[in-house]
Write a protein that binds this ligand. Structure first.
Ligand code: NAD
Length: 479
């Protein structure tokens, strides 16, 4: 794996590194070296130099490479998706879906000439005209997680560069391959040297970014403890920062819900991407009146799932990202049993390939809403079913979570849906849909311990994050 700095592909110069492993086979795909402070310095210096010209480049010219990038990403969608399957383990369909959501952000950022306009008001005061503008700031960095290696860099990069900034990506060291491929395509699309750059690395590289005077702002997506560290350190160093953290989302199944539909959607939401998704709903809070029927339907669907290698036909769920992570998730399965939950479907006994980091879908019933398996982010294919006395009880269980990324409700009653929208403390809500994933022209980000900052990823918020506002007041008295 290489860094991309000032238009050149260079080896990271640190001594440390790690293998990137295909978790379906256990075989190394490649090796990634980690970058030093000097590597980060070089990238920041090149970004600052590029910024001086790029900010003056007319916006219509700045978005032309984005149109080209969209077309290149679409042209290479299948091979990029296969790369995603190899480095992450997800299924080919999931990989294509991920890329589609990433490409949407490139499409939205092509509208920057309209989106970053300010405002003008003649005669704001006697003989005074007033104009508000938005200006780019310099070099911005993004630090991204392992679970959506193609999409998450694209939550940030298109907006950063279209608004006139230089952008530096530090992808997850567990899954850096697709990001490198996307940066190669960005270079091919015609961004000037230094405008889009990549440094590989781990904790030390991130800390070099957080402490660097030449970086104006940092976007982070990852686990909550690291999000807090990034938020506090970047802010203490005077940077703009948006830090998206972990999640433990809920589905509420109300008494009036279409139970078959709710069960299908809950399974999709809990087990897509092998449960390694910040928008997964790994806790289903089910009204006691329909609990037993819902459980029967859900377990039937889970028992039919096909687990296997992501490129194989008919596979619905791939392996976890690594053996280490599978051990962690299996530890939580043990903990659920120790905590007294009923193991309705044991993924450890499921029909899965022998090689690789596979774990089948696991379902716990009658889980205490305050049990560890119902509260901790497990980030694997483990679904906890919780009984609720009624709708009020369900909402109160959802709002007890320390996280607030997303929640879904299945109901046939508008009044429940309305209350859910008003009362549930989460940033992304869905009614009669399993996954509350906003399109790229809406912002995306959670509440509570799922997000630290104020401006979220995607859409309009990105324009505000990547620009500063200025106001011009003008008076031109008659000669
Ligand atoms: P992670 O926090 O381990 O790593 C994320 C990034 O931070 C990586 O680039 C890594 O190199 C870096 N990093 C790791 N430890 C660090 C440290 N101590 N100091 C500085 N940098 C460090 O997360 P992950 O395991 O790659 O991803 C899974 C997590 O990401 C889950 O918690 C998931 O919920 C979260 N996530 C959140 C969202 C969201 O939008 N809220 C989206 C996707 C993933």
């Amino acid at each position: 794996m290489r860094n991309y700095v000032d238009g050149e592909w260079r080896a990271p110069s640190g001594d440390d590194g790690r293998d990137v492993v295909d978790s379906a086979s256990g075989e190394a795909v490649t090796h990634v070296g980690f970058s030093t402070d000097d590597d980060v310095d070089d990238a920041v210096a090149a970004g600052q130099a590029a910024f001086e010209e790029w900010r003056e480049t007319p916006v219509e010219e700045r978005i032309q490479p984005l149109f080209e990038l969209k077309s290149l990403l679409e042209h290479h969608q299948d091979d990029l998706a296969e790369t995603l399957v190899r480095e992450h383990g997800k299924t080919f369909d999931e990989a294509k879906g991920e890329l589609r959501r990433g490409i949407e952000n490139v499409e939205v950022a092509c509208g920057i000439p309209s989106m970053m306009q300010g405002g003008h008001l003649p005669n704001a005061a006697p003989d005074i005209d007033e104009t508000a503008v938005r200006k780019p700031l310099g070099v911005f960095a993004a630090v991204t997680p392992f679970n959506f290696p193609g999409m998450i860099p694209l939550w940030f990069m298109p907006y950063a560069v279209a608004t006139g900034n230089a952008f530096l990506l530090k992808p997850s060291e567990k899954t850096p391959v697709t990001a490198q491929r996307i940066v190669e395509l960005a270079a091919e699309a015609g961004f000037p040297d230094g405008v889009v750059q990549l440094v590989n690395g781990s904790v030390d590289t991130v800390n070099a970014i957080l402490g660097h005077d030449g970086i104006e702002g940092v976007s982070f997506v990852g686990s909550t403890p690291v999000a807090k560290h990034v938020y506090e350190t970047a802010a203490a160093n005077g940077k703009r920062v948006q830090a998206q953290g972990g999640a433990k989302n809920h589905v509420v199944v109300a008494e009036s819900a279409d139970l078959e539909f709710a069960a299908e959607q809950t399974v999709g939401s809990a087990f897509a991407n092998t449960g390694q998704r910040c928008l997964a709903n790994p806790v289903a809070v089910v009204d006691d009146a329909v609990y037993d029927e819902f459980v029967d339907r859900l377990v039937d669907i889970v028992a039919d799932m096909t687990v296997g290698e992501g490129m194989a036909d008919g596979v619905e769920m791939g392996p976890l990202v690594s053996d280490d992570h599978r051990e962690t998730v299996e530890g939580y399965v043990e903990m659920g049993i120790d905590e007294g939950a009923t193991l309705l479907y044991d993924g450890r006994d499921a029909d899965v390939p022998e090689e690789g980091s596979f774990l089948g879908p696991t379902v716990f019933g009658d889980v205490d809403p305050d049990a560890t398996v119902a509260c901790d982010e497990i980030f694997g294919p483990v679904l906890a079913l919780v009984r609720a006395d009624d709708f009020d009880d369900a909402v109160s269980i959802v709002n007890r979570s320390e996280f607030g990324n997303a929640a879904s409700l299945f109901t046939d009653r508008g009044a429940d849906a309305r209350r859910f929208r008003h009362e549930v403390e989460a940033g992304n809500l869905a009614v009669n849909a399993g996954t509350a994933a906003p399109m790229a022209f809406f912002h995306f980000g959670g509440w509570k311990d799922s997000f630290f900052g104020d401006l979220h990823a995607q859409g309009e918020d990105m324009i505000h994050f990547y620009t500063d506002a200025a106001v011009y007041i003008e008076r031109w008295p008659d000669a």
